[in-house]
Design a protein around this ligand. Structure first.
Ligand SMILES: NC(=O)C1=CN([C@@H]2O[C@H](COP(=O)(O)OP(=O)(O)OC[C@H]3O[C@@H](n4cnc5c(N)ncnc54)[C@H](OP(=O)(O)O)[C@@H]3O)[C@@H](O)[C@H]2O)C=CC1
Ligand SMILES: Cc1cn([C@H]2C[C@H](O)[C@@H](COP(=O)(O)OP(=O)(O)O[C@H]3O[C@@H](C)C(=O)[C@@H](O)[C@H]3O)O2)c(=O)[nH]c1=O
Ligand SMILES: [Mg+2]
Length: 296
């Protein structure tokens, strides 16, 4: 039986992997704080070797985009140095390592959606540190799959969708940026895709053609303003709770410490061609998430 080890316990993706693993008949174990802290590089390496998994997935990261600007050391420790240790451990065990990265490795200036072969140019420390982690993982071990995803939301954990619903309780109006475009992605959809990839690796054995970068994001794109509007539209269909008035603003109207890409839409064709996986439309998965939030 495939023995999957997930680094990360309480985050959006780690929770989704945990939740869905029984559907895929996998033994799935998660490690994270307080037992395993990613600031302790040797501890991470040792913990993975002690577990002896047959596949390693990293679902942990330093994800606070704005805080990273002033907390650079921690961002690089988690997003680069710990990732290198995971790749080193996977190399020693000779097992596949599936690592998750971000659309924020791009500068957002491309017209149209990004291909994996497009140049990267992160605009902030979070994106820089994630890119450094990708590069270290690929340089360390052959059996590495990097999945760049985007705009992740889930009923569990912190994300933009839940921020909007929390703000609804305290605000009558909101201004949301309408000049940043991307692909909202459900954590449950990412988890399901990761399991499908693992099943193919198990069934076919590792193929050298699997190695490398893949985009994995919800189908269809929108702006943060569009995502906020859809969130409130779905929410008001399911509850009688009040929703705020939402207005479209520009990036200049909403200054933040970290610069975000204007257009980070991801072309996910390579993933479909290699593994036959295509994620659902973002609106369809968002509806499921809002349903879960309303029911809980
Ligand atoms: N969230 C998003 O919008 C996007 C995320 N991604 C990527 O997807 C992946 C999953 O992200 P997501 O699930 O949203 O992340 P979350 O922010 O929800 O969770 C991050 C996880 O990392 C763990 N972690 C952080 N620092 C440490 C540390 N020092 N030691 C141990 N564990 C640590 C956290 O643990 P604890 O609970 O103890 O803090 C938490 O479990 C990441 O690689 C991220 O970069 C990519 C694009 C968009
Ligand atoms: C709360 C709020 C945000 N915004 C803007 C700020 C920003 O441009 C945009 C999104 O805000 P957030 O800070 O929630 O999103 P952000 O933390 O930038 O989300 C990113 O997280 C990392 C981890 C990733 O990898 C990315 O793919 C992406 O999901 O919305 C408003 O315009 N109005 C508001 O009231
Ligand atoms: Mg954030």
């Amino acid at each position: 039986m495939t023995k999957l080890l997930v680094v990360g316990k309480t985050g959006q993706l780690a929770s989704a992997l945990n939740q869905l693993s029984p559907d895929f008949s996998l033994a799935c174990h998660t490690i994270g704080r307080p037992e395993v802290d990613l600031f302790d590089e040797q501890g991470v390496f040792d913990a993975i070797l002690a577990e002896k998994p047959s596949v390693l997935v990293n679902a942990a990261a330093y994800t606070q985009v704005d805080t990273a600007e002033t907390d650079q050391k921690k961002a690089y420790a988690v997003n680069q140095h710990a990732v290198r240790q995971m790749a080193e451990a996977a190399k020693v065990l000779d097992i596949p390592f599936i690592h998750v990265s971000t659309d924020y490795v791009y500068d957002g200036q491309k017209q149209g959606s990004y291909l994996e072969s497009d140049p990267t140019n992160p605009q902030g420390i979070y994106g820089h540190s994630k890119l450094a982690g990708e590069q270290d993982a690929l340089a360390t071990h052959d059996k590495v799959i990097i999945l760049r995803t985007a705009w992740v939301y889930s009923a569990i954990g912190k994300n933009f969708v839940k921020t909007m619903l929390n703000l609804a309780e305290i605000k009558d109006s909101l201004g949301i940026v309408a000049d940043q475009k991307g692909n909202p992605t459900s954590a449950l959809d990412i988890a399901q895709a990761i399991f499908k990839i693992i099943i193919q690796i198990t069934d076919n054995g590792w193929q050298s053609s699997y190695s490398g970068l893949y985009h994995l994001a919800g189908t269809g794109d929108t702006t943060w303003f569009g995502l906020a509007c859809k969130t409130f539209a779905l929410y008001s269909q399911k509850t009688s709770n009040k929703i705020p008035e939402v207005s479209a603003i520009t990036t200049a109207d909403y200054p933040t410490p970290a610069k975000r890409p204007e257009n980070s839409c991801l072309n996910c064709q390579k993933l479909e061609d290699t593994f036959g996986i295509r994620l659902p439309n973002w609106e369809q998965s968002l509806e499921k998430c809002i349903h879960q939030l309303v029911e809980s």
